[in-house]
Write a protein that binds this ligand. Structure first.
Ligand code: FE2
Ligand code: FE2
Length: 375
């Protein structure tokens, strides 16, 4: 895999949990680094949880805070800002463009946002209940907001205005012969999204020029289409991350937490996977970059792309000696947390974040990847 321009020097490039498998050395170095920050826990038994369990929960809390930050931005401009998910004022033309994918998009965006906030809030509260440090990323919330009318002007953890969206999840879940855990590679559904840096929310009111509340321009529609595919990218990542890390958990209650949150990520993914296929076919130029959305609904598109094939196709799992089975993919546990950091970095979400941010995330990820079930 080529080095992604969004990945800063010095950040790990391990196996991408969203795509293909890479050979990984045991990620235990960071566990030592971080051990000093963790309370000395009783080992399994009673209400104690292991240091490994704490590390996994802390990494997941960080991932959920990151998810919440990006979903909050989508909800402000394209969802339903209300008392449950406060902040911002939706932009009518952007909402209309999102509704080309499904009329209920604003409700789904709102509900996905609320879910992510509940995930990190629960994880942090659970950590505190065990005497462990909750995760706080507020000091890194300094990235710029959209300048479009309706956005809140406050610091953000994530960037949604220069995204490089990997849409290979689309073909990965349609393949009947390949599995990323067995070395499979998958072409993107929207190749242009992998090449440039594209906005998924209006960056300013300039992105609304030529649009009305009833009829978005192709330019604004392309921004909404990008969001539609980005939603699927984010949530399929969570669908893999939880089962991957669950294999390293020791305490049964912590396992229950991972097994109960993880499938809600899959529930989100399934919804977005379905909606993205309705993205309006078009070609635009944004910042001199061509962005084409092909028509994925047509019969001629073929089995690996066709929009209504949203159920995970059976494919090989564990070994090719077994019959194909419908599964979440990948679920390899080795390097899963570092893979998640790499995938989110490659996505462009962290453009503008300082080295201290990447160092902090990397420490959390290495500690999570260093956890060992039963120890
Ligand atoms: Fe989540
Ligand atoms: Fe999620």
């Amino acid at each position: 895999m080529d080095k992604n321009p969004n990945q800063p020097e010095g950040t790990a490039s391990r196996r991408s949990f969203l795509g293909k498998s890479l050979t990984v050395g045991a990620g235990v170095a960071g566990a030592g680094l971080l051990a000093g920050k963790l309370p000395a826990f009783a080992q399994v038994g009673g209400s104690g949880i292991t240091n490994g369990d704490v590390a996994i929960l802390r990494f997941l809390a960080a991932a959920e805070i990151i998810e919440s930050d990006l979903w909050q931005q989508y909800n402000e401009l394209g969802g339903i800002p209300d008392s449950e998910v406060p902040g911002g004022h939706a932009i009518p033309a952007y909402v209309t463009a999102l509704q080309v994918l499904d009329l209920d998009m604003p409700q789904y965006i709102h509900d996905n946002t609320e879910d992510e906030v509940s995930h990190f809030t629960f994880l942090n509260n659970y950590l505190a209940s065990k005497g462990a440090d909750p995760v706080d990323l507020k000091r890194f919330g300094n990235l710029p907001s959209s300048k479009a009318t309706g956005a809140q002007h406050k610091g953000r953890l994530t960037n949604l205005m220069q995204l490089t969206v990997d849409t290979s999840y689309w073909t990965r879940y349609r393949s009947r012969t390949q599995n990323p855990d067995l070395g499979g590679t998958f072409p993107p559904a929207i190749p242009d999204l992998s090449k440039g840096k594209f906005p998924a929310i209006p960056r300013s009111d300039d992105d609304l020029v030529g649009s009305t509340a009833k009829k978005p321009s192709d330019h604004l529609q392309a921004i909404a289409n990008t969001a539609g595919f980005h939603f699927g990218f984010i949530e399929q990542g969570g669908s893999s991350l939880y089962p991957s890390l669950a294999q390293r958990v020791t305490n049964p209650e912590v396992l229950r937490i991972l097994l109960s949150i993880g499938p809600t990520e899959t529930s989100h993914f399934q919804t977005w996977h379905d909606k993205a296929g309705n993205a309006k076919p078009l070609t635009v130029s944004i910042n001199g970059q061509t962005l084409n959305f092909p028509d994925l609904t047509t019969a001629s598109t073929g089995q690996d792309l066709k929009s209504n094939l949203i159920m995970p196709e059976p494919t090989f799992f564990l070994s090719r000696k077994f019959p194909p089975v419908s599964i979440i993919r990948p679920t390899e546990t080795e390097g899963a947390a570092m893979g998640a950091v790499k995938a989110l970095t490659d996505d462009g979400l962290f453009i503008g974040q300082p080295p201290a941010f990447f160092a902090f995330l990397q420490d959390l990820a290495e500690a999570a990847d260093g956890a060992r079930s039963g120890r």
